[in-house]
Design a protein around this ligand. Structure first.
Ligand SMILES: [Cu+2]
Length: 135
């Protein structure tokens, strides 16, 4: 495909020059789409929220795709993060071992729902929880 474009660019034919611009536009469109599906690393500043829906609102409008990752940045002396089940997320209760290294990355390597919470007492209830859908 790239070779065909090169030939057309080098041609002096008016007809082919007329074809070149739409072709370049098409190529540009393809490249932009490729960029859109490339893996993205999202960063969430994980802290005690000002209001209960803070992290739901943070998440609004984001589309996560398989291959993306999410990094939680936080004060490890005050918070932690752990991936939990839907029920644990709803109940803000888990016996899963949280990570508290201050910069925790989760790979979103499968489609489906992902649920995260901070296990410090009261934090999840205050809204320190995040759910996201990976397609
Ligand atoms: Cu916390």
């Amino acid at each position: 495909m790239a070779t065909a474009v090169g030939i057309r660019l080098n041609s002096n034919s008016r007809l082919l020059q007329g074809v070149t611009v739409p072709l370049l536009m098409l190529l540009l469109g393809v490249l932009l789409q490729l960029q859109a599906v490339a893996a993205t690393k999202y960063t969430v500043y994980w802290s005690y929220p000002n209001y209960e829906n803070y992290f739901s609102n943070w998440n609004r409008g984001s589309t996560y795709v398989v291959g993306d990752s999410i990094e939680f940045l936080y004060n490890a002396e005050a918070h932690n993060v752990v991936r939990v089940s839907n029920q644990q997320y709803d109940e803000c209760s888990t016996n899963a071992e949280p990570v508290a290294d201050g910069a925790t990355v989760f790979s979103l390597n499968q489609p489906g729902m992902y649920f995260f919470m901070c296990t410090v007492p009261g934090h999840c209830e205050a809204g320190m929880k995040l759910q996201l859908r990976v397609i």
